[in-house]
Design a protein around this ligand. Sequence first.
Ligand SMILES: *Cc1c(COP(=O)(O)O)cnc(C)c1O
Length: 374
Amino acid sequence: MESKKSFMPVSDRNLKIVKGQGNYVWDDSGKKYLDCVAGIAVCNTGHCHPAISEAVCRQAQRLIHTSNLYYPSNQEEFAQKLVEISKIESGNVFMCNSGAEANEAALKLARLKTGRKEYVSFKNAFHGRISTPLSATYKPEIREPFSDFGPKCSFVDFGDLEELKKTVTDETAAVIVEGVQGEAGILPAPSGFYEGIREICDDKGALLICDEIQTGFGRTGEWFYYQKTGILPDIVSMAKAIASGLPMGAIVARKDLFFTKGEHGSTFSGGPLVCAAGLATVEILSDLIPLVYEKSALFESLLSEKNPRVCGLMIGVDVEGSNTDIRDECTKRGLLVNATGKHTIRLLPPLTIERKEIEAACRIINGVIDEASD
Ligand SMILES: *Cc1c(COP(=O)(O)O)cnc(C)c1O
């Protein structure tokens, strides 16, 4: 019998990871795993990339925290970098500490600037677990126990522009959308969907918030998913991979959209340590992003018999039977994958993954799925 743990049992887990290097992690028995979870799309630069570790250590010896009563030395530099990669001209940045907080900032800003109170989101969307983003999260078992929290959110079928057109009204502050529904099992938006949403938002005077928390920082082959489409959002929210594993989130908003003094804030927001990690992350990813499409195509061809859904390095494979059994068998064979939704195995490998590692991962997955269906 295992003794009671002190950390609340908010997820089921059975592996203790003690070390990470590049595309691999090691457990407490010394066993090595190829990591195709990457901290849930956080470790896009791999584990303990030397440039990240060095930037964090150097900053930790110089200055860790100041609060936003002062300008931290590197905050503006990182803010400008985020505007540059978002391609939102003269955009405004707010930094925070997680994805949920980034969506909180985005949704609050939309209410403030439109004077409207309602949101429109999509079925199977995931936007976070604090109240405002929680109101835009689809799964009733996540949302409803806390659902008495204010702004009304309507849910439309992902991809259905006709229904969206009917649902967005002149009470809608914002439409919030992910380009690939990650938590729902890697469901990419149909082509033309973003352009359609943009048009409907413009018609009704609602803002468009692109949640790039999982899809951002090169995950889909561009800095942000919306850059694969012809449109720009009014606000983009980001987090996960932004600082290679240090807790951070941010939004970039159109040039006329910003909070002023007292309208929003956060004690830790954009501190020196996370900004140092963020600056190093962007530099490393600039070289890795152009390689994503080729790596993606290799995954797609090696898994082709399993009909994968692939968008950049977001890969979903539906399996028959228990996806957690498949995950656990992959773990035994030295490969970390994640079970999401009811039937899906999700891979979110580091962008540093190499050809031979992709081959090894696909060999294990194909083998495990084939054996399970025998
Ligand atoms: C992970 C995620 C969030 C929430 O981010 P946290 O840092 O866990 O609060 C929101 N939206 C999407 C699309 C995500 O993948």
